[in-house]
Design a binder for this molecule. Structure first.
Ligand code: OAD
Length: 231
């Protein structure tokens, strides 16, 4: 097997203590996504939105990568073909686990973005409501995360990878949010083999050629060992 494209979601970071969104006790059962994850919510109450991401940023900085993150980094290092990691996660646990060139399609908590000029910089722990952009000096700083209604990042690149891969693997994602949820269909129509690794069957489970269920820290290292011919 040559090239592998891997899509990850909140489930891969769950055992690192980062909450998921749609499970029982998930983030979207506690806060309204319209309030904290849309441009309209930010326009209505920027202080609340900055506070929400400040808290998540602190949580993400304290979290440690788990065995699933490090297994994927090991796969990248030792597999003979390309291993591309595309994540919907805004934490940096893939990088902390040793992965490289991770595509963060929903942005990153440790990044700040100027909604005026588009300049990006490293987010301070606490972003303020009048966060000044180091590029243009205007107070238009916001977390560099993609909100509902906004275009995810690096989509052309992702589709190019999906068009040239030999295997598509989806890990720890409910398959509820597009366009990431459609990657399995994209792979399928091209006859690419698809595999799902998740705690429970996701919305799109039936689309996958194979589905393996269990906690990411168990099933991801086991799958990686298999691919590397160690199992
Ligand atoms: P969800 O919360 O929708 O789904 C998490 C998935 O992980 C579920 O299918 C769980 O069964 C699975 N899961 C939970 N614990 C697991 C574990 N220990 N091992 C393996 N799987 C586990 O999260 P996402 O699919 O990532 O976007 O959500 C997608 C997007 O929706 C997020 O990127 C975010 C959110 O709104 C934005 O904010 C733009």
């Amino acid at each position: 097997m040559d090239k592998i494209v891997i899509l990850t979601g909140a489930g891969i970071s769950a055992e690192s203590g980062m909450g998921t969104f749609r499970d029982k006790d998930g983030l979207w059962t506690k806060v309204q996504l319209e309030d904290v994850a849309t441009p309209e919510g930010f326009a209505r109450n920027p202080q609340m939105v900055q506070d929400f991401y400040n808290l998540r940023r602190v949580g993400a900085r304290a979290a440690k990568p788990n065995a699933a993150h490090t297994a994927l980094a090991r796969l990248q290092a030792h597999h003979t073909g390309d291993v591309i990691i595309v994540t919907q996660n805004v934490d940096s646990l893939h990088e902390a686990g040793g992965a490289r060139d991770v595509i963060h399609m929903h942005g990153r908590l440790d990044g700040a973005l100027c909604s005026g000029c588009g300049h990006r910089w490293a987010a301070p722990d606490e972003m303020t409501v009048d966060e000044a952009c180091p590029g243009c000096g205007e107070p238009f700083g916001r977390p560099d995360v993609v909100w509902f209604g906004e275009m995810p990042y690096r989509m052309d690149e992702i589709y190019e990878h999906l068009g040239t891969t030999d295997l598509f693997v989806s890990i720890g994602t409910s398959g509820e949010v597009y366009p990431a949820a459609s990657f399995v269909q994209e792979a399928r129509v091209q006859g690419i083999r698809t595999l799902e690794l998740n705690l429970e069957p996701s919305s799109g489970s039936a689309m996958f050629d194979e589905s393996r269920l269990g906690p990411a820290t168990e099933i991801v290292p086991a799958w990686v060992a298999e691919v590397l011919g160690e199992a």
